[in-house]
Design a protein. Sequence first.
Length: 165
Amino acid sequence: MKVDQVMTSDAVYCRAGESLARAAQLMWDRDCGCVPVVDHEKRVIGMVTDRDVCMAALHRGRPLHELVVSDAMATVPVTVGPEETVVVAQDVMRRARVRRLPVTDVTGKLVGVLSLHDLARAATTERRWFSGVSMRAVARTFAEVSRPWDKPPSSTSRGELGYAE
């Protein structure tokens, strides 16, 4: 099964100069834990998670409307293409230890987001034998991305940790 058959295609996004309050509101409104950050051509330049928002507020001691997305976002996003298989996408998630991947076309433009939730839903459909997504593989991916870090990565050091691009 291909990523574009499982991903959320109407994913919301934000820009680096927008407030963290806006990013948090988008996550609340869409019941999601991350928002891809895009440039003016909708190319993915980062990712901001609900945890990133909380940690930025905590460490900077300022309200979210005074902070911008670029203060908190991961600047080396790990992405996957829509034509990749879910097996490849899960391998990328495990290696990068991320729960969500922006899905980008060949030019780097956002076309969707693939999450562990998307994979779990695909693995539990009545026709799961057809989907090519196994619950065992989803559980293995979840276990790997949930393993505690010895030291949490900073938003600028993720590329140095060997994350795939």
